[in-house]
Design a protein around this ligand. Sequence first.
Ligand code: CA2
Length: 138
Amino acid sequence: MKIAIINGPNLNLLGKREPEIYGIASFDNYLLHLKEAFPTVDFTYFQSNIEGDLIDEIQRVGFSYDGIILNPGGYTHTSVAIGDAIAAIKIPLVEVHISNIFGREEFRKISHVSAKAVGVISGLGLKGYELALQYFIK
Ligand code: CA2
């Protein structure tokens, strides 16, 4: 099973800043844990701070992989274009947020992604990525 994990802007800072909101683990370390925990999954990981690069990656994997786990970061709340890219692809996508976007500022309650995702996991920390993987492998 081929699963793409895609992280949006500033998520390269995980483990380095704002640990009270986003925790202390870096995503690179967490990915090692995921690979151990899900040995049958063929992972690709992509992170970018650039909206168009995230769209290119969604399109690249979106017709041949089995699923996408996407944390669009701040673009969740602003990017009609990322929402359009998700509507155009053929594979299921789970939207993941480390923090609970419904318990923070009002602007974070808007997502241009959620309606096009098969599901949304928000507020469960990095565990959310694991739960999304469990959904894909059933
Ligand atoms: O909770 C999430 O996963 C978010 O997608 C994270 C975004 C935020 O804009 C969304 O509203 C919710 C921000 C990512 C920033 O990541 C950082 C990680 C460590 C240190 C600083 C920023």
